[in-house]
Design a protein around this ligand. Structure first.
Ligand code: RIB
Length: 312
C-alpha cells in the first residue's frame, strides 16, 4: 500500500444504493400518495464520507461490503472511480447490497430514510495491521456492525491514529469501550439526544448534553446543527461555528460530507478549529444538489463558497 506521509483516511462503513422518492408530504398510515420520478443514486453513510474525503484532498481506503448484484457492482465501481482503494470492499454472495429508501420532501429538501443493511451487516474488520499503520485517521458510522467498529477503533488506537465516530443512525446503548477509543464524536443534535437522553433544542442544552457524553470517554464532540452550523465541545471549552444560509434542495449526505471533509483535513495535519469551517462549507454545499454522492463538493467548490461568505 503506497504510504503518503499524511492525508490518509481509512473509512469503515456502509455502502448503499439510495432509492430517492420525491414527495409533497409524508403519507399517513394507510394512505397512498403519488410520488415524483424515482432515482437510484449512490449513497451509504460510509461510502458518502469516503467520497467526501477523496474529493476534498484525502487518500482514502474503504472497508465495507456489497452484495454480488447489479447495485453492488455499480457502487463499488463508483468508489474506485473516485480513487478510493476498495481492496477491502467485499463482494458477498446470496445477499443484497445495502439499500436506502429516501422520501425527499420536495418543498423543504428534508428527508426521511429507511435503510436495509443487506451486505453491510456482513462487514468484518481488517485483521492485518498495515491499513491502520498506513492511515492517519479512522472514520466510522453506525450502519455496519458495532462489534466491527469496536475492533477497528481498538486497532486504530494501538496504531496511534485519530479515531472519529459519526454515531448515525444513533444507538442509545453503545458500549463504553467504543467511546473510550474515539477521539472525536460527530453527532447531530437529534443523535446527541438519543445518545444522552437529554434535551438538545437550544445551544446551552447541546453543550450540556455534549459535556455529559464526553464523560463516557471521547475527547471532543462536534455537534452538527444544520443551518445553525456546528459546536465543538471539550471538557473545558466550547465554540460555535456558523455557516452561510442556502436554499436546500436535498439535505441527504450533508453530515457525511462534513465528516469526510473533517477527516481529510485532520489527516493532513490541520487542527479541529481550522477544519470545522471547511467541513461546514462542504456539508452546506451538499444540501444544494439532489442525491448523496452527486452532491458532495470538490475542494475548489468549497473554497469558492468560503470566499463568497461574508467575513465576520
Ligand atoms: O446520510 C445519508 C445516507 O444515509 C444515505 O446515502 C443513505 O444511504 C443512508 O445511509
Amino acid at each position: 500500500m503506497p504510504k503518503h506521509t499524511h492525508g490518509n483516511v481509512l473509512v469503515v462503513g456502509s455502502i448503499n444504493m439510495d432509492v430517492v422518492t420525491p414527495i409533497d408530504q409524508l403519507p399517513l398510515p394507510g394512505e397512498t400518495i403519488m410520488a415524483g420520478d424515482v432515482q437510484l443514486i449512490a449513497g451509504g453513510k460510509g461510502a458518502n464520507a469516503a467520497v467526501a474525503a477523496a474529493r476534498l484532498g484525502g487518500h482514502v481506503h474503504m472497508i465495507g461490503a456489497v452484495g454480488d448484484d447489479a447495485f453492488g457492482n455499480t457502487l463499488k465501481a463508483n468508489l474506485q472511480n473516485e480513487g478510493i482503494n476498495c481492496d477491502r470492499v467485499a463482494v458477498i454472495k446470496d445477499i443484497s447490497s445495502g439499500t436506502a429508501v429516501i422520501l425527499l420532501d420536495k418543498q423543504s429538501g428534508q428527508n426521511s430514510i429507511m435503510v436495509s443493511a443487506g451486505a453491510n451487516a456482513k462487514v468484518t474488520e481488517a485483521k492485518d495491521e498495515s491499513v491502520y499503520t498506513w492511515a492517519n485517521v479512522l472514520m466510522m458510522q453506525l450502519e455496519t456492525p458495532v462489534c466491527v467498529n469496536v475492533e477497528s477503533a481498538k486497532r486504530a488506537k494501538q496504531a496511534g491514529i485519530t479515531v472519529i465516530l459519526d454515531p448515525a443512525p444513533a444507538i442509545s446503548d453503545l458500549p463504553d469501550e467504543l467511546f473510550a477509543c474515539c477521539d472525536i464524536l460527530l453527532p447531530n443534535e437529534t443523535e446527541l439526544a438519543t445518545l444522552t437522553g437529554m434535551d438538545t433544542d437550544s445551544i446551552p442544552q447541546v453543550v450540556a448534553a455534549s459535556k455529559a457524553l464526553l464523560k463516557r470517554g471521547s475527547k471532543h464532540i462536534i455537534v452538527t446543527l444544520g443551518q445553525r452550523g456546528a459546536i465543538w465541545v471539550t471538557q473545558d471549552h466550547n465554540q460555535h461555528f456558523t455557516t452561510m444560509p442556502v436554499t436546500p434542495i436535498d439535505t441527504t449526505a450533508a453530515g457525511d460530507s462534513f465528516a469526510g471533509a473533517l477527516a481529510a483535513n485532520l489527516a493532513r495535519g490541520q487542527s479541529i478549529p481550522e477544519s470545522i469551517p471547511f467541513a461546514l462549507a462542504a456539508g452546506t454545499l451538499a444540501c444544494t444538489k439532489l442525491g448523496a454522492q452527486p452532491s458532495i463538493p470538490t475542494t475548489d467548490a468549497v473554497f469558492a463558497f468560503i470566499n463568497t461568505s461574508p467575513q465576520t
